[in-house]
Design a protein around this ligand. Structure first.
Ligand code: SF4
Length: 243
């Protein structure tokens, strides 16, 4: 979607119309607006089943973009296969880092030890940006209750030249749990071991009761987001590729 003032007007209007809507209504509005030019980005993590289930009820062939960073827990890879099959989602795409970026910048697969921003850049941000070139908008699973920058999350926002829909922005953890129970959705296998938020294995730890739900992500660092939801700055690495 090319940048123009009308896009900002559209985002503002959608926000006004949808800010108090139920997630399913937001999803429906997004799908009606953009059709096959809309993707859903999912980590197949701790809370992903709810949004994936809702999307499958409306458009089971929706493009679902899954960032397989090469650093995910084996349980997440299994869960991605099982959940997609159970929900009847037929459009899941596995996005992987580009070989030449890994060969040049992370040949030993240990960049996360020295520079997590750079590691996320080549393993998450760039693969997603390449995939999103085919779409005018995307759906995220972020919620306000997750805290941090997400406290101010709008239901519809502009992300670079795309429209971003956050259908679960208004929902609470209790809302998610109730929906998952009512629809008999399987939990990510690591949730029962104390992982309420699940990303790559080097950067995800279990949390104690009462901790922030994302406290186990990049624990001990200032970093709270991988970068896919941040405004794009100049890349920190000189990378290959076609974006
Ligand atoms: S979460 Fe950690 S391992 Fe995964 S891409 Fe980011 S820095 Fe690398």
């Amino acid at each position: 979607m090319a940048y123009d003032g009308d896009t900002d007007d559209l985002v503002a209007r959608l926000n006004t119309e949808l800010r108090d809507a139920e997630p399913q209504a937001i999803l429906k509005a997004a799908i009606d607006l953009l059709g096959d030019k809309l993707a859903l980005v999912s980590s197949f993590g701790a809370e992903s089943a709810v949004l994936l289930h809702m999307a499958a009820q409306i458009k089971p062939d929706i493009a679902v973009l899954f960032l397989d960073t090469g650093m995910l827990f084996g349980q997440t890879l299994d869960y991605r296969q099982r959940l997609a099959a159970k929900l009847g989602l037929t459009g899941v795409r596995d996005l992987r880092p580009q070989f030449q970026d890994l060969a040049v910048h992370d040949p030993a697969a240990d960049l996360w030890k020295s520079d997590t921003d750079a590691c996320c850049h080549i393993r998450k941000v760039l693969p997603l940006d390449r995939a999103l070139a085919d779409f005018d908008g995307w759906i995220t699973g972020r919620k306000r209750f997750q805290g941090g920058d997400r406290l101010r999350l709008k239901v519809v926002e502009r992300g670079d030249d795309k429209i971003k829909f956050n259908p679960l922005a208004n929902w609470t953890k209790a809302d998610l749990d109730a929906y998952a129970a009512a629809n008999d959705l399987p939990a990510h296998p690591l949730v029962e071991f104390g992982y309420p938020s699940i990303g790559c294995w080097p950067c995800t730890a279990p949390v104690e009761d009462g901790d922030d739900l994302r406290a186990g992500r990049w624990a001990g660092q200032d970093k709270t987001e991988c970068g896919i939801h941040l405004e794009r700055a100049t890349p920190t690495l000189e990378v290959g590729g076609d974006i």
